[in-house]
Design a protein around this ligand. Structure first.
Ligand code: M6R
Length: 619
């Protein structure tokens, strides 16, 4: 979604801001802009489209100032246009504001500001903030920001400058992330860590209701009532190369190929002397012993990881488990109590619905465990305990390595609870851990084959494109699976639709006869996950039924499967042999690659698909 950057120091702010905004391009945006103060004059440039359009516009007239703010916008209120792009200014062009989030009472505020004579030029909710600050300004920008935000309902992270207070940026946040980057003789403000990594690794994570004022040599934080607040800096352990493509054509492909290493690293970090250890977990063992049920809450890909988590937890930790999408959980009346462990899964740790679900669960007295990738994110901080996936920065909008990392953590959480509750014997746990480690090594083997050998998925994608055109663009995908791979059917379909815009649905194969089979004719390509499992024969029956109705079939089987040859399917993909419970880690790899190559064939923007944002920080 939107990205915020701010710089104050001795460098040219324009260059720093454009670089910082480029590091946040992956978040998804439709316009960009900067405001820089030069010799007590405010210069604002903003353009609809990619950052390059803005950079080209600025090229002949480099702004020289050393204090500035920048923004990449993902439209919510008002179409993508130059006028609606941020920064937004007050009536006299003295104040500039960039904003992430949504001001829910902006219409009301706008009417009253208009009555007071303020002139608006955009359709955005953000512009009211600039005018409110103007209304309250009497020589101290921090003070004016504090007064203005008291009137805002909704969510915001903002950065503000005033031309008469050169060398100063004010930031504030409520339910939308904002960090301060600490440099030497320079400081930064940003919504996202990659924005500042070229300059510093030292950051302060701001909390809700914090108001920060930065100059090149100082950082002062107060709360909304003006009380001084102290926040400890943290050091970011990623380096910028982790946020670069390193020779891959797309971040998505790079991240797919990182998955084996990510899971092996999780195992190395968390399994010590054959036992699962979570150092940072603040939830007591006694809580895991006393809980009566588990509810997993998440969105999108993280939700699919949660669905797999349910199979694994129920199989070995023997605790009843439900899974909910965050947007549903937060608004219904979920039966969760102090005996419920709520697990919130989120790569970014900032997804608005998941954060709201977390708060709802806490309000109801549940113990809340977060599984997050981004260190210091809101969900990680507000949960009772957190387990980080440590997958490194995930830049592609389509989540891949975060998913397998979340799956890996679910296996470990299950082993951990199973030990505490004694639902699996010590020797049984050892065997499970052994198989899990084997699976991680096999992920790397499989990825190695795809990397170096003939890539059949790319060839299938080419075939699909031809078929799609032959069928006058009516072809689409269905994904079928059973048991622990059913969530992978959903995930495979989500990956394909989000980057190739081709219709794709996932179903539990047993549901086919209850409706979806009506769709089968010669148009759909059906991906069947039929790896070695207790439901293998049932999958073969599904395959027969689809074949009999003309569907084109790609079947994922376990290496050495001889049976599938008798079923006359169109394409077969093999994965190495592993216990069914762990197979999702392997099965998802060809599903991700298929989605990737289909999107590549169609020539789409794989890392930044249309309409999508990396982290959905508004409802
Ligand atoms: O950051 P989160 O894990 O909370 O994000 C949840 C979803 O928005 C995310 O998984 C989304 O579905 C991805 N684009 C899927 O590839």
């Amino acid at each position: 979604m939107c990205g915020i950057a701010g710089y104050v120091g001795d460098k040219d702010a324009q260059g720093v801001l454009l670089k910082s905004l480029s590091r946040m391009e992956y978040r998804g945006y439709d316009s960009a802009g900067i405001a820089v103060i030069e010799d007590r004059r405010m210069f604002v440039a903003k353009k609809k489209g990619k950052l390059k359009v803005l950079a080209d516009e600025l090229c002949p007239n480099q702004i020289k100032g050393t204090t500035g703010i920048g923004h990449s916008r993902w439209a919510t209120h008002g179409v993508p246009s130059d006028a609606n792009a941020h920064p937004h200014c007050d009536c006299k062009g003295k104040i500039a504001v960039v904003h992430n989030g949504i001001i829910e009472n902006y219409l009301e505020l706008k009417s009253s500001l208009k009555r007071e004579g303020h002139k608006f030029i955009s359709e955005t909710d953000t512009e009211v903030i600039a005018h409110l600050i103007e209304k309250f300004y009497s020589g101290d920008i921090t003070e004016a920001v504090r007064k203005a935000i008291k009137l805002l309902h909704g969510s915001y992270a903002i950065a503000v400058i005033h031309k008469d207070e050169q060398g100063k940026i004010v930031g504030a946040r409520l339910d939308s992330p904002l960090i301060v980057g600490l440099g030497k003789g320079e400081n930064f403000i940003a919504s996202d860590v990659p924005a500042i990594l070229d300059y510093t690794h030292k950051v302060i994570y701001l909390d809700n209701n914090d108001v920060v004022t930065i100059t090149k040599d100082s950082v002062a934080i107060q709360n909304i009532t003006g009380r001084i607040i102290h926040r400890k800096p943290s050091v970011i352990k990623w380096n910028i190369s982790q946020a670069e493509k390193c020779g891959y054509k797309h971040f998505m492909l790079k991240e797919i190929f990182e998955q084996g290493d990510v899971v092996e690293k999780i195992i190395d970090e968390r399994i010590r002397d054959g036992r699962v250890e979570f150092d940072e977990l603040k939830i007591k063992e006694s809580d895991f012993r006393r809980i009566k049920n588990i509810t997993i809450v998440a969105c999108g890909t993280a939700y699919h990881a949660g669905l797999t988590g349910k199979y694994v937890i129920e199989e070995h930790a023997k605790i009843p488990c439900t899974v909910d999408t965050s947007s549903e959980f937060r608004y219904r009346n979920p039966v969760v109590t102090k005996d419920t462990l709520v697990i919130i899964v989120s790569q970014s740790g900032e997804t608005a619905d998941s954060l709201a679900a977390l708060r709802e669960a806490k309000r109801r007295g549940c113990v809340v465990l977060a599984i997050c990738n981004v260190l210091g994110s809101s969900i990680a901080r507000e949960a009772n305990g957190v387990i980080y996936t440590h997958a490194g920065p995930e830049i592609a909008v389509a989540s891949t390595k975060a998913y397998t990392a979340q799956l890996a953590i679910f296996y470990l959480v299950t082993f951990y609870i199973a030990r505490i509750r004694k639902t699996v014997s010590p020797s049984g746990l050892k065997a499970l851990i052994r198989e899990f480690k084997k699976c991680a090594a096999l992920m790397n083997e499989l990825l190695g084959e795809y990397r170096s050998g003939y890539n059949m998925l790319a060839a299938y994608a080419q075939e699909f494109k031809k078929y799609y055109h032959l069928k006058h663009n009516k072809s689409y995908f269905l994904y079928l699976a059973r048991n622990v791979n059913y969530p992978n059917a959903l995930e495979g379909a989500l990956k394909l639709k989000e980057i190739s815009y081709i219709s794709a649905e996932g179903y539990p194969a047993g549901e086919m006869k209850h409706g979806p089979i009506a769709l089968i004719d010669e148009n759909p390509w059906v991906v069947c996950i039929a790896v070695k499992s207790k439901t293998y024969d049932k999958m073969l029956s599904n395959i027969q039924e689809i074949k009999a109705r003309g569907g084109i079939m790609i079947v994922i089987v376990t290496e050495g499967d001889k049976e599938i040859m008798h079923h006359n399917v169109n394409y077969v993909i093999e994965i190495p042999s592993v216990e069914e419970l762990f197979s999702p880690l392997l099965v998802v790899i060809p599903l991700q690659l298929l989605a990737y190559y289909v999107a590549l064939e169609f020539g789409y923007d794989i890392d930044q698909p249309r309409n999508l944002a990396k982290s959905v920080t508004v409802e």
